[in-house]
Design a protein around this ligand. Structure first.
Ligand code: PLP
Length: 398
């Protein structure tokens, strides 16, 4: 019989299934809040002006498309480091930073995971409960056992911080702790500055390996504010892994632009680490693609384009925050008895709305409004035309 006769169907991605159902829905008032993408007020994925200008300049320059170095574009990698650590960070010239361009944030996580599996093969990986749905599968795919640490508290719409800290304290040295540096996906609930300090102290004391995932820098409180956790780990002198992504902040989802940065103990460690990261890249996909990295590097390194991008990023951030506060107001105006103020305190594109899976089903069936079964909604899919209907529909199913 055929070799492939025994192949089983892999489980369906629940969010993609939701998108298919949405596409087939013929109701004109339908709204898809299940997505993981920023839409502008017109309901479109924006092409940023700064990106468009850089792309035009690049086409006019008619640059050849040779292979990039295995680690990617040097000017891009340096710009990533500055964005993460701040323009004046002492670490920038220390020789202790290693950055490789990667295929989005996902690719950065995978390169880091493969490297860590060789370095600490018996370590476990700990992710937040809940976390981005790909974290577990990605680290398991790299061969790790994945456990979770307490995080979201549905009762308070906050963090089970004492339990989280106790779980970290109980972990063996070298456990890889995946932390959302800002704009936690899926809950929207972040740690406070004070809580981050305590996490850093425990990670240091226990000898854990922090792996900071920062996929939404600039979507919370601003470029520097959103990197505060990264900088706390850097200042504490801890060997830290950072996966970063420009998918959202540059609206370049399909170009796969991200980076893995490692803060090493000294320059010699950094050199050896880079050599091993290059080995992982070389044996997986050889070297990264040119387009997205070049465009992002052009924007970040040109003062005028940089300013334009920062303004556009601020527009996206402000629009998300406006949608949060309007949703809260409109829910109250639509007769919702309970307070939704917690939605305003959340950060980034997502909100754990508190809706139950039965309420999410009713929203879809009765109102054509699609959300994830956990109650996660993408606030960035709300706009001035759909928000009234969404608020009324949510109030109606409460
Ligand atoms: N990490 C988190 C927490 C995310 O939410 C995402 C995207 O949704 C990623 C990583 C991956 O981003 P990218 O599309 O750049 O691979």
């Amino acid at each position: 019989s055929s070799l492939l006769a025994a192949v089983e169907m892999a489980p369906r991605d629940p969010i993609l299934g939701l998108n298919e159902q949405y596409a087939a829905d013929t109701r004109p008032t339908k709204v898809n809040l299940g997505v993981g993408v920023y839409y502008d007020d017109e309901g479109r994925v924006p092409l940023l002006r700064a990106v468009r200008k850089a792309e035009i300049a690049r086409i006019e320059a008619a640059a050849a498309r040779g292979y990039l170095p295995i680690e990617g574009i040097a000017a891009y990698n340096q710009a990533v480091q500055k964005l993460l650590l701040g323009n004046d960070a002492a670490l920038l010239d220390s020789g202790r930073l290693v950055t490789v361009q990667a295929l989005g944030g996902t690719g950065a996580l995978k390169v880091g995971a493969d490297f860590l599996k060789r370095l600490t093969p018996d370590a476990k990986v700990a992710i937040s409960d809940p976390s981005w749905e790909n974290h577990r599968a990605l680290f398991e795919g790299a061969g790790f056992e994945v456990v979770s640490y307490p995080y979201y508290d549905p009762a308070t719409h906050g963090v089970k911080f004492d339990e989280m800290l106790a779980a970290l304290r109980a972990m063996p040295a070298y456990t890889v702790v995946v932390l959302h540096a800002c704009c936690h996906n899926p809950t929207g609930v972040d740690l406070s500055a004070e809580q981050w300090k305590q996490v850093v102290a425990v990670v240091k004391e226990r000898g854990l390996t922090p792996f900071l995932d920062i996929a939404y820098q600039g979507f919370g409180d601003g470029i520097d504010a959103d990197a505060a956790a990264v900088r706390l780990f850097a200042d504490a002198g801890i060997t830290t892994f950072i996966s970063s992504s420009f998918s959202k902040s540059f609206s370049l989802y399909g170009e796969r632009v991200g980076a893995l940065t490692v803060i090493a103990g000294d320059g010699d460690e950094a050199k050896r680490t880079l050599s091993q990261l290059k080995r992982v890249v070389r044996t997986n996909y050889s070297n990264p693609p040119t387009h997205g990295g070049t465009v992002v590097s052009m924007v970040l390194n040109d003062p005028a384009l940089r300013k334009e991008w920062e303004d556009e990023l601020a527009e996206m951030r402000d629009r998300i925050r406006l949608m949060r506060s309007q949703l809260v107001e409109k829910l109250a105006a639509s007769g919702a008895k309970q307070s939704f103020d917690f939605v305003k305190a959340q950060r980034g594109m997502f909100s754990y709305s508190g809706l139950t899976s039965a309420q999410v089903d009713r929203l879809r069936e009765e109102h054509g409004i699609y959300a994830v079964g956990t109650g996660r909604i993408c606030v960035a899919a709300l706009n001035s035309r759909n928000i009234d209907n969404v608020a009324k529909a949510i109030a109606a199913v409460l």
